[in-house]
Design a protein around this ligand. Structure first.
Ligand SMILES: [Zn+2]
Length: 170
């Protein structure tokens, strides 16, 4: 993952502080300046604030000896944020399946996700029940691969699905 563009500079002008340890970076100190990758969110913030001078340019200064710790934390923050956006199982949380089974499982997961999306979009009780039965069959197929779906990791709102299903049964 790209965290930013790394500059190694000698501090000129007034003292700054280190993002990582909050200690001073004095004039003359060789330190790291990371220009952070510009995401959509930051771009939007810059637009709202209006472009004046260096507005919108996001950078972090850290001591060279703090760079590794900074990078690790930035990486963790960013992968957490990414996981939240995308849903799904955390990287390396260990689904130990042969590649072939993984492909099959992934296909089933997608199929089930599509059915659940259709349930959310459907208004007809009959239709919802039919979709739900299909989703149940797919769930059983997933379970047969040896690793069940992980409900906590779904990005989807399960309460919304459950509400649709109770509605269909009412
Ligand atoms: Zn530091």
């Amino acid at each position: 993952m790209i965290l930013g563009i790394l500059h190694i500079n000698q501090k000129r002008g007034k003292e700054a502080y280190c993002r990582q340890c909050k200690g001073p970076i004095k004039s003359g100190d060789i330190h790291a300046v990371i220009v952070l990758r510009y995401g959509k969110a930051q771009k939007r913030i810059a637009e709202v604030r209006g472009k004046t001078g260096r507005a919108g340019l996001l950078y972090h200064r850290v001591h060279l000896q703090c760079l590794a710790a900074w990078a690790l934390e930035a990486y963790m923050r960013k992968s957490d944020a990414r996981r939240e956006r995308r849903g799904g199982r955390p990287v390396n949380s260990g689904i130990q399946l042969p590649d072939e089974d993984k492909t099959i499982r992934r296909r089933l997961i997608r199929k089930r996700a599509a059915l659940l999306r259709q349930i959310l979009a459907a208004n007809d009780k009959e239709e919802i029940r039919r979709l739900y039965d299909q989703a149940k069959v797919v769930r059983e197929q997933i379970q047969r691969t040896g690793v069940d779906v992980c409900l906590e990791m779904a990005r989807r709102d399960n309460t919304a699905i459950n509400r649709r299903i109770s509605f269909a049964r009412s």
